[in-house]
Each structure stands twice: as structure tokens, then as C-alpha cells.
Design a protein around this ligand. Structure first.
Ligand code: ZN
Ligand code: ZN
Length: 262
């Protein structure tokens, strides 16, 4: 009987995971429709991916189901997150979002730059697989090895969530966090840049264009040595402090992807 109650108690993290799945695949399908219909061609800045949506989907679903879902369940079962009050104040909401944004930036920078891009780890942890893509098909955001997915997607989400106190049990709060995270990853791997035209303007339009930019992660895929946690929705602190932001690093002699056409 007890173990039934244990699984019953995990329904909160499972529901949050469900929202994340709907958001991720909803946004990914929308971008896929844009690709196929050609409706957003004016904003498509990178050459289309060689692998199809259908070819990438099984690995993405595997990572989300067999890595993310158990990690969220274990985190809840250990009482590290998804527990406590359903109430959240406006101040608590704002402070949590700031804490999660900065925490995501720091954990992802460590995992991505120091662990995954360490030359001997590139193949050992399989980050090279994600780098066979060129950030130009939305669903490729989670097309990576299970180890890579754990270090680069799961840890930057769950470690800051645990550190801010677990985020409580306000469903709207958790749903917004995972939906925003899903959109950020999917958008910056879509090959679209909705800030393109705005950056040709000045003032607030240029600022908005910078905020909507997907250049950072696009350049991470094409140059390989820049913008490890800098990207859409990121606080950009680590890449700025350690001077690895794409616009702070001079172009090097050896491009990582010689097939890039855009
Ligand atoms: Zn990388
Ligand atoms: Zn990527």
C-alpha cells in the first residue's frame, strides 16, 4: 500500500513534466510547421538541418522520458523540490525566477564548458552528437546523448530549483518555468531569429531585437568555442565574466562546421 502512496505523491512532478512535454513538443511542432510552410522564411537565419524531425524525435523522447522524468521524480521523492506551500507571493515569484535564471546560467556554464567541452569528454559524454546539428531544427534542442542531456538540461533546471528551496507546489509557477525553459531551448535551436529586423533599428527596438536574438547559441554550434550558457532567456553572466560570449571572442582560424552555408 505504501509504495502506491509513494507513486501517488509523485503526481505533482509528473504533472509538471507533462506540461513541459506539451510545451516543448507544441513549440517544436509550430517551428516545424513554419519550416515546412515557409511562413517564417524572412527570419530563418541558418541553413536547414540535415536530420529530419522524425529522425530526431525518438532520442528526444527517450531523454525526456527516461532521464528527465525519473530525475524530477527522485528530486520530489527525496524532498528536494516540488513540496510545501501552493501559495507564492509576487515577490517570491520574481525572486525565484531571478534565482533560477542566474542558477541556470552558472550550472549550464560549468556543465557545458568545463565538463562537456573538455576534449576527452566530448566523445565520452557524447556532446559531439549534439554538435552534429547546427541549431536549425527546433526539436534538436534535446537531440543529444543521455549523459549530455542530464548534465546540460536536467542539472541546470533541477540544481537551482533545489537551491532556491524547491519552488513550492504552486502549479502555475512550475508550469511557467518549464514552459519558458522549453520555449527558450526550442527557439534557439529553430534556426529562426525574430529579432533580426529589430536589430537594424535603434533605441528600444534594437534592445528588443537583442533580447529576441538566437545568435549566441547559433554561433556556439558553428564556432564551438563561444557562448556556453549565453543564449535566448539567459542572464549571460558567465559568458560575459569569462569573456566567452560570441561577440567578445575573435574569430578563430578553424571553424568547427565546414558544411555551414549561412
Ligand atoms: Zn557545446
Ligand atoms: Zn545546441
Amino acid at each position: 500500500m505504501d509504495h502506491f502512496r509513494f507513486f501517488e505523491g509523485l503526481s505533482f512532478s509528473v504533472a509538471v513534466w507533462g506540461v513541459q512535454m506539451i510545451a516543448y513538443h507544441g513549440f517544436a511542432l509550430w517551428f516545424e510547421w513554419l519550416d515546412r510552410a515557409g511562413n517564417g522564411a524572412a527570419f530563418k537565419v541558418r541553413a536547414i538541418e540535415r536530420m529530419s524531425y522524425r529522425e530526431m524525435l525518438p532520442r528526444v523522447l527517450f531523454n525526456q522520458t527516461f532521464v528527465l522524468l525519473p530525475a524530477m521524480g527522485i528530486t520530489q521523492a527525496l524532498g528536494l523540490a516540488y513540496y510545501g506551500s501552493t501559495q507564492i507571493t509576487i515577490m517570491g515569484f520574481v525572486a525565484s525566477v531571478i534565482g533560477l535564471t542566474i542558477g541556470h546560467d552558472i550550472v549550464q556554464y560549468i556543465a557545458h564548458r568545463i565538463v562537456l567541452h573538455e576534449p576527452t569528454n566530448m566523445r565520452k559524454f557524447g556532446h559531439a552528437l549534439h554538435h552534429t546539428t547546427r541549431a536549425s531544427r527546433a526539436i534538436s534542442a534535446c537531440y543529444m546523448s543521455a549523459e549530455d542531456f542530464f548534465l546540460e538540461i536536467v542539472c541546470p533546471y533541477l540544481i537551482p530549483l533545489i537551491l532556491i528551496g524547491g519552488g513550492g507546489t504552486n502549479f502555475i509557477f512550475h508550469a511557467l518555468i518549464v514552459s519558458a525553459g522549453a520555449f527558450g531551448g526550442v527557439y534557439e535551436h529553430s534556426g529562426y531569429d525574430f529579432g533580426l529586423l529589430l536589430r537594424k533599428e535603434t533605441g528600444w527596438r534594437w534592445m528588443l531585437g537583442k533580447m529576441l536574438s538566437t545568435e549566441a547559441h547559433g554561433f556556439h554550434h558553428t564556432r564551438g568555442n563561444v557562448s556556453f550558457s549565453d543564449g535566448f532567456g539567459s542572464s549571460n553572466i558567465c559568458d560575459t565574466v569569462f569573456k566567452t560570449r560570441w561577440d567578445l571572442v575573435p574569430l578563430r582560424e578553424r571553424p568547427t562546421d565546414t558544411t555551414r552555408t549561412v
